[in-house]
Structure formats: C-alpha cells, structure tokens
Design a binder for this molecule. Sequence first.
Ligand SMILES: C[S@@+](CC[C@H](N)C(=O)[O-])C[C@H]1O[C@@H](n2cnc3c(N)ncnc32)[C@H](O)[C@@H]1O
Length: 214
Amino acid sequence: MVTSVPQPTDAELGAAETLFGERLEHAERYVTHLCTTGVEYGLLGPREVPRMWSRHVLNCAVLGPELAEDAEVADVGSGAGLPGIAAALAAPGAHFTLIEPMERRVDWLAEVVGDLGLENIDIIRARAEEVTDEVMADVVTARAVSALKKLIPLTAPLLADDGELLLIKGRSAAEEVDNAAKAVKRFKLQQPTVELLGEDILEEPTTVVRIRRR
Ligand SMILES: C[S@@+](CC[C@H](N)C(=O)[O-])C[C@H]1O[C@@H](n2cnc3c(N)ncnc32)[C@H](O)[C@@H]1O
C-alpha cells in the first residue's frame, strides 16, 4: 500500500512549531509513520491521513504544555501513540509510559519510538487494570478508550495522590461527566472540569476533561 504523507498547512505548521519546537522534525517523522505503516497496520483508517496533523497529532500535542517539566505520565490505550507520543514530543522533560494491550500495536509503537530515538518513553504491553501495582503517575492521559464512567476506573488507580487525569474527549464531554458522578465519588476525585486546549493555535481546539485527586 502506498500512502501519501500530507504536508501541514501554514496554520498547522505554525501550531507544530509552537508545540514541538526543536522536535518539529521528529513530529514530521512521526506523522510519516502514522500515514504509512500506521495505516498499513490498521491503527488508523486511510481517511485519517489528510487530517493527521490537525485531528490527531496537534490535537494530542496540546497536552504537552499542561505537563510539569519532570512529570511522570501514563497514557492508557495508546494505540498509535495518541496522545502519548505526540505529547511526549511536546514535553521532552516529562517521562511517558504507554500502556497498550494489543501485541501488534505494541510492536508498532516500539518500532516508532526506537526510530525517533525518544528516550522519554517506555511501553508496557498490558491492560491498565493489570499494572496498578507498577505504575504511579502524576498525570494519566487517554483518548478514545471508553466513556468517562468506564475510563475513570481504568485510569484513576494509576494516579499518585496529588495527580490528575487529562482525558481527551469530544462534544459529549459534559454529558459524560454527568454520567460519571458515581465513579468520581468512588475514586475520591474532585469534580471534573471540561476545558478547551490550544484555542490560540488550533482551528479546532481539543476538549479535555481534567480530574484531580482530592
Ligand atoms: C480506539 S483505540 C484509541 C487509540 C488511541 N488512544 C487514539 O486515540 O487513537 C482504543 C485503544 O485502547 C486500548 N485499550 C482497550 N482497553 C484497554 C485497557 N483496559 N487498558 C489499556 N488499553 C486498553 C485498545 O487496545 C486500543 O488500542
């Protein structure tokens, strides 16, 4: 399969320069991986290729500026490294653990992380529920893994006492928050907030549900 790799538009390039700085070339190489082997492996559909920068890589990279310089971050259900790899490129001081159960996805992630030479990323092949004893993160991220009421039980047990969840969501974010009230209480979390990230640099800002531990 031959897939063409899209050039970023001027607006996307401006956002990418802001978010990735010196790692812009790494981000371009990551996009190439996503659009070629990522599509071949079935990690993303071919229809995502033209919007790989806006809808996927930039949409996820806006988490980077939200992270403390030396934050320990766990990304649950990384798939093709979204948001984990994109955010790690935008936050080179933070350390990321990508948690993904599917062997084929883990193999692809390992190849891409190796090719990009990203030393701030480790990968664990497991379901999030299986690694609660070994992962303790300042921030847990996830995108497109499940609805919030099911996602909280998967992610909250990986949080350090003063940690927070940064969960990328779509237009249903507020409704998902309403439906997750029991899980919020059960895991002793603060009231979630729905925030827009990247409003000043992205055409479509990213909706994030932020939930702190009490
Ligand atoms: C729809 S994909 C989304 C992938 C990526 N986060 C993205 O936004 O493109 C959901 C991913 O979550 C993973 N997943 C499902 N259940 C999981 C669990 N309990 N723990 C960790 N990962 C899980 C799947 O293997 C899959 O890679």
